[in-house]
Design a protein around this ligand. Structure first.
Ligand code: ACO
Length: 345
């Protein structure tokens, strides 16, 4: 029995085999806007302190997109870098998947805007919404198209301008989030194995832990919705924390179980960069060593769907991950949603 079945979160009963083609990540890229907002800057905006933010979260600073810089712009920059690193042209892309909770507009999709900006004239394009888990969900969707031989080249991007939905008067949430984007080009490359498995899970019973009440069909924008600050994200921090630890453990154990490997085989663990204490608790429960972890949240805070995509790019560019190494990515987000992926780099 998988150890994952002992915890309270359940994953779908997935059947996994490699009868289809394998799916490799042939290039990754990321983009962070240049404006830095430090904990010291936040001390001037709300009743908080660098000491509180650092000790409770591990975050020291985060990046903010410019006023005229939108999620599609961040995604485009990350995508262009991933395409260069993969050695592909825009015309080669068959499908663009953008994971985001901060699209430029409710419609059209941010993926369509990115398609236009990079000139991927042949590509189908759509957005997915799985909050901070979106990049792993996107990888899994892309993998299905590649394994089934439907498409040869899929671009997956996690991109967020969270600063546009953060309530900058709420110290409980505004210290946690930042903007950024990370991208990956997925292809079948016979010489590289790539994505070995991707786990996805959801629990809508807990959808009220982290949400944005305004702007959808339930609460369209009105003068009243704006004055009651309903167009900003809301979060039950403590409950979210507890659920994050359990769900990430469940997902990671399921992914390792499917690959029939032990955590010690993993060279680099890339967890969702939300809170250093969540990361350490998950790491301890999995029996992982601190040196296996890749952490960059002190620089960027929680960038939701972009978080693990940016971290993957930085782990690769810094040389912490070499071809052939095993990577374990673990995510958690609103929904609730969670996921994990094992990648042979
Ligand atoms: N500065 C100073 N004090 C603060 C701040 C702040 N920025 N924020 C909260 N406090 C206060 C609270 O008001 C509270 O005061 P009180 O005891 O007088 O009421 C006190 O600090 C303790 O607050 P807690 O909520 O108990 O603090 P906790 O240790 O739980 O840390 C935190 C809060 C950091 C939000 C933590 O719960 C957390 O990280 N939760 C998970 C968040 C997360 O990962 N969210 C993203 C999910 S992914 C997605 O989909 C976007």
């Amino acid at each position: 029995m998988s150890p994952a079945t002992k915890t309270k979160f359940k994953n779908p009963r997935a059947r996994y085999n490699f009868q289809g083609r394998t799916c490799s990540i042939s290039g990754v890229g990321s983009y962070l806007p240049s404006k830095v907002l430090t904990n010291g800057d936040l001390e001037k905006m709300v009743d908080t302190s660098d000491e509180w933010i650092t000790s409770r979260t591990g975050i020291k600073e985060r990046r903010l997109a410019a006023q005229d810089e939108f999620t599609s712009d961040l995604a485009t920059q990350a995508a262009l870098k991933a395409m260069t690193n993969a050695g592909i042209t825009a015309e080669q892309i068959d499908l663009i998947i953008i994971a985001t909770i901060t699209p430029d507009m409710p419609f059209p999709s941010t993926a369509c805007l990115v398609q236009r900006k990079i000139g991927a004239v042949r590509a189908a394009a759509f957005d997915i919404e799985a909050a901070c888990s979106g990049f792993i969900f996107g990888l899994e969707i892309a993998q299905q198209f590649i394994m089934s031989r439907t498409y040869d080249t899929v671009l997956v991007v996690g991109a967020e301008k969270l600063s546009s939905i953060v309530d900058w008067t709420d110290r409980n949430t505004c210290v946690l989030f930042g903007d950024g984007a990370g991208a990956a080009v997925l292809q079948n490359r016979p010489e590289a194995h790539g994505l070995l498995t991707a786990v996805m899970g959801s629990d809508g019973q807990k959808s009220d832990l982290l949400f944005m009440p305004g702007g959808g069909s339930r609460c369209p924008a009105t003068a009243e919705s704006v004055s009651s600050r309903m167009h900003y994200l809301r979060m039950e921090g403590k409950e979210t924390f507890k659920n994050a630890v359990q769900a990430m453990q469940t997902a990671a154990e399921e992914a390792l179980h499917r690959c029939e490997i032990d955590i010690s085989r993993i060279k680099c663990i890339i967890p969702h960069q939300a809170n250093r204490r969540i990361i350490d608790a998950v790491c301890e429960r999995l029996g992982a060593k601190p040196e296996q972890l890749f952490v960059n949240l002190h620089k960027y805070g929680n960038t939701s769907a972009a978080s693990v995509a940016i971290a993957l790019d930085e782990a690769v560019q810094s040389g912490q991950v070499q071809r052939g190494d095993l990577i374990l990515m673990i995510v958690f987000g609103a929904g609730l949603t969670w996921g994990a992926a094992v990648i042979e780099w």
